[in-house]
Design a protein around this ligand. Structure first.
Ligand code: SF4
Ligand code: SF4
Length: 340
């Protein structure tokens, strides 16, 4: 795993000229103080229609995939192209909490490792898209850390594709299950999601918190997981967001900042479309991301991603929070000497 900063990284001119002067930070709304819907910046399903489409195609022309990678990619395309069943005429009735509990079957069967549900916020839908479906089911699949740790080498990249394949297959399976029970359901698969942002609904449904590296941190899987989703009108009960001190932890940790070769990870939060949050400098990240066929160093080096480390870090943060709360409570109940 590359953890040493490459201070003299210079983007390939053949890549930068394909950006035609566009700034991904501008497209993403860095510095904007008004909330607005996001615009597509990278991983456009149709590169010809996106400002960064030519640069996106360079990503594929640059890489040298081996046979296994080509097979994985072909398998993912086949899964994404699979037709979903027609929506059944009759709707199956379940209480909302029972619908949500039923999602556990996809974890038990090994299709995914995480499920959650949240109402779809229109602000998560790209500004050129629309969705009339009120709920979003989120699915998370865990990386094999022993493979992921090799990024940006192809061995690590293959696990990224392998997990996107699993995530796509899980989303298709959940969508088919819902349709067979009489509900609208559209699978959304990565990395070319096309329609919605994935990270905000994953945070809203309890998968974790946003880390300084711009990805989610989950207490069990760290950032070593991938997402897919299903938009649906099935009447699920929502799963609540969960916080366990990541935001504060990231403000004191610099591991990903130091490991990012092009210095794309800033020490402070930034204002993005009206929200102060951790943000990766797109214009610095993307040339290295493209040259290495997907980079992912920041998620692999994050201490939370190391197997079993996340849960013990979360337990430690919980004990710390309890100690601070207890100290504060004791302070409040102390009687000043002057009142005795
Ligand atoms: S993916 Fe981007 S932000 Fe993360 S380490 Fe690589 S270049 Fe840096
Ligand atoms: S490496 Fe440290 S600062 Fe970066 S996301 Fe992980 S915990 Fe946060």
């Amino acid at each position: 795993m590359a953890t040493k900063k490459i201070h003299d990284f210079t983007p390939d001119k053949n890549f930068t000229k394909l950006l035609h002067g566009y700034s991904g930070n501008v497209v993403n709304g860095v510095g904007e103080n008004q909330n607005r819907r996001p615009s597509m910046v990278w991983w456009a399903p149709d590169p010809a229609s996106a400002p960064f489409g030519e640069a996106q195609k360079w990503f594929y022309s640059r890489e040298q995939p081996d046979e296994e990678m080509l097979e994985l990619r072909k398998a993912r395309h086949e899964v994404v192209a699979q037709p979903t069943p027609e929506v059944a005429d009759e709707k199956k009735f379940r209480e909302p909490h029972d619908w949500t509990a039923e999602l556990q079957q996809f974890i038990t069967s090994g299709d995914c490792e995480m499920t959650g549900v949240t109402p779809l916020d229109p602000d998560w839908v790209f500004d050129h898209e629309a969705s009339a479906l009120p709920n979003i089911v989120m699915l998370g699949v865990q990386h094999d850390y022993d493979e992921l740790k090799h990024v940006p080498a192809i061995k690590g990249g293959k696990d990224v594709t392998r997990q996107y394949l699993r995530a796509a297959a899980a989303a298709k399976k959940v969508a088919a299950w819902l349709r067979e029970q009489g509900y609208q359901a559209d699978a959304v698969t990565g990395p070319m999601t096309g329609k919605i942002l994935m990270i905000p609904p994953a945070i809203a449904c309890g998968f974790g918190e946003l880390g300084k590296h711009g990805s989610i941190i989950n207490q069990e899987f760290g950032s070593a997981f991938r997402l897919s989703a299903v938009l649906t009108d099935a009447p699920f009960a929502s799963t609540p967001p969960r916080e366990f001190g990541i935001d504060d932890f990231c403000s004191r940790c610099r591991v990903c900042e130091n490991a990012c070769p092009p210095d794309a990870i800033a020490p402070e939060k930034q204002l993005v479309r009206g929200v102060d949050k951790w943000y990766v400098d797109f214009d610095r990240c993307i040339p290295y991301f493209a040259e290495t066929s997907g980079c992912a160093i920041c998620i692999a080096v994050c201490p939370w991603s190391l197997p079993t480390v996340g849960l013990s870090l979360a337990a430690k943060l919980k004990r710390r929070a309890q100690r601070l709360a207890s100290d504060a409570a004791n302070k409040n109940t102390e009687t000043p000497l002057s009142n005795q």
